[in-house]
Design a protein around this ligand. Structure first.
Ligand code: AMP
Length: 115
């Protein structure tokens, strides 16, 4: 799979507002936030899209979701609520081909689906 801007962020070759990191994943603020809180959770293991994640790697996605929930709780966002989203390929508007989970929070969020 090809190198993405998120790999450069992980290697600190380009700046990002990193809010969490461990041996499995990194989380940083989205450069074009779609909600008052918009954080991306990116695994250190490479997968271009969710289609590339097999059952044997399901924990990778699970870690992203639980890290997002932990972050929301720590930031006092969990009671009010939040949304996690993973876009896959063209119809969903995926633009960076290293899987990532969007955490959106901080205000009532609109519905989603067809434009
Ligand atoms: P997606 O459309 O699901 O592939 O999401 C890619 C996200 O990455 C978009 O919300 C972009 O705003 C965000 N993004 C792109 N470049 C950067 C960057 N350098 N730092 C932080 N977020 C970025």
């Amino acid at each position: 799979m090809s190198e993405t801007i998120f790999h450069k962020i992980m290697r600190r070759e380009i700046p990002a507002d990193v809010v969490y990191e461990d041996e499995h994943l990194i989380a940083f603020r989205d450069i074009a936030p779609q909600a008052p809180v918009h954080v991306l959770f990116v695994p250190k293991q490479d997968f271009a899209t969710l289609n590339d994640v097999g059952e044997d790697s399901a924990i990778v996605v699970g870690r992203l979701a639980t890290a997002a929930a932990r972050y929301a709780k720590a930031q006092g966002l969990a009671e009010a609520g939040y949304r996690i989203v993973m876009n896959c390929n063209a119809d969903a508007g995926q633009t960076v081909f290293q899987i990532h989970l969007h955490l959106l929070a901080g205000a009532p969020l609109g519905r989603f689906g067809t434009p």
